[in-house]
Write a protein that binds this ligand. Structure first.
Ligand code: GLU
Length: 423
């Protein structure tokens, strides 16, 4: 039978596993299996050739028992409602595990941002906010950047929302440019969070990061910073990196300037030139003989059909949903420590939380404070996951870090729903 790759079915299956393991109340489980609100909008936008094109967009608000819903907006040609639903569920678990006062949401527009000019992108961004304006707000639902959305797009969206409510509402959206009170540190906070997790996991597994070999799949905001920060903070050797077109492997390590040159000249990092560099496909990159593997691109990269070929001892899911449940089971058997997305990439939303707190208070922190607070939260999330896993292990039940993290996160949301009288 073909493996189930529908992200929402995957998210539900992950929840079901956790629910069974933790003996979750049946009614709480039923509430948590579906999003509370699913919105679809069709937005006409006048393109630069004067024609009107109608785009379809989504916003899914999964659960707000612990606070306003929170999560990014993706601009992607293959966007679909099930992916957005899954991502909104993962945001719920992410905010809960980090113990920040938010529920989860996600948005998306089916579009190809690479084929649009700046004016078209601005019109689309503003139109999306006009059609969703009444359903979002700093106490209701707070969007942020995600795949192919940028601080500039957040700025247009914040501006449009402010026009609707007739005052500047900085806290309606995060990941803004610093000129309009985005936060110092937010830009690399997703990757920075993963670095703190990597530091803790390496300590636990006794991996010497100075000697470790790392492969990173993806050269977007998360992947690019994961590469630079691994080198800068730990002196680690990143031997492979890729983008959507292909990748490069060099056992001697990779140089940022050469990577950027390759990207500028050939459109992909696979055009990288050095003595020992060779091209590597996105598939093969995952199977390289490295200590740490960081998938930082898109969903469903490590699956039932390739999980057995993974050689890394530590897998850090910096992308959302890069490992399928079948792969999960295989990695678990192989004793690869696979740390789940909603732990590893939670630095992004924690950074967003800091931005929102500063916006609401109108008081802005030093960058050092931002990172110190980020470190504290991420280290604590790691510890709660590992402690939860250990408490099951001590009772003779070997559970994966993903299930352990789910149990921590789901338990908090279930308890909030319970005291509120939802079940
Ligand atoms: N898009 C990021 C994520 O998936 C950040 C979300 C946010 O900052 O609200 O976690």
């Amino acid at each position: 039978m073909a493996e189930e790759l529908n992200p929402f079915k995957i998210a539900q299956a992950q929840l079901d596993t956790a629910a069974e393991t933790m003996n979750l109340d049946r009614q709480a489980h039923a509430i948590l299996r579906e999003p509370m609100r699913t919105l679809t909008v069709n937005i006409p936008v006048r393109m630069s050739d004067k024609q009107v094109h109608t785009y379809t967009g989504f916003r899914v608000q999964y659960n707000d028992a612990r606070g306003p819903t929170k999560g990014g907006i993706r601009f992607h040609p293959q966007e679909n409602i099930d992916t957005v639903k899954a991502l909104s569920a993962w945001m719920t678990w992410k905010c809960s595990l980090a113990n920040i006062p938010y529920g989860g949401a996600k948005g998306g527009i089916i579009c190809d941002p690479k084929g649009m000019d700046e004016r078209e992108l601005e019109s689309l961004s503003r139109a999306y906010i006009r059609s969703l304006g009444r359903y979002i707000g700093p106490d209701v639902d707070i969007p942020a950047p995600d795949v192919y959305t940028t601080p500039q797009i957040m700025a247009w969206m914040m501006d449009e929302y402010s026009n609707i409510v007739r005052h500047n509402e900085w806290g309606v959206i995060t990941g803004k440019p610093v000129e309009i009170w985005g936060s110092e540190g937010r830009k690399d906070s997703t990757a920075m969070g993963a670095m703190y997790i990597m530091r803790e996991a390496a300590k636990m597994l006794k991996i010497d990061l100075k000697k470790a070999k790392i492969a990173v799949q993806g050269f977007g905001n998360a992947g690019m910073y994961a590469y630079t920060l691994s080198k800068k903070m730990f002196g680690a050797n990143v031997v492979a990196i890729s983008d959507s077109k292909g990748g490069v492997y060099d056992p001697d390590g990779l140089d940022l300037k050469k990577l950027n040159d390759a990207k500028d000249k050939t459109g992909s990092v696979d055009g990288y030139k050095s003595k020992n560099a060779e091209k590597v496909s996105n598939e093969k990159l995952l199977e390289l003989d490295v200590d740490i593997l960081i998938p930082a691109a898109i969903e469903n990269q490590v699956r039932g059909d390739n999980a057995d070929d993974i050689k890394a001892k530590l897998l850090l899911e910096l992308a959302n949903g890069p490992v399928t449940p079948e792969a999960d089971a295989i990695l678990h058997e192989k004793k690869v420590l696979d740390l789940p997305d909603f732990l590893v990439n939670s630095g992004g939303v924690v950074g967003s939380y800091f931005e929102w707190v500063q916006n609401i208070n109108g008081y802005y922190w030093e960058t050092d404070d931002f990172y110190a607070k980020l470190d504290k939260i991420l280290t604590k999330s790691f510890k709660s996951t590992i402690d939860m896993r250990k408490s099951y292990m001590d009772n003779g039940k070997r559970i994966s870090p993903r299930t352990a993290a789910y149990i921590v996160a789901v338990d908090r949301v279930a308890k909030a729903m319970k005291v509120r009288g939802w079940y």
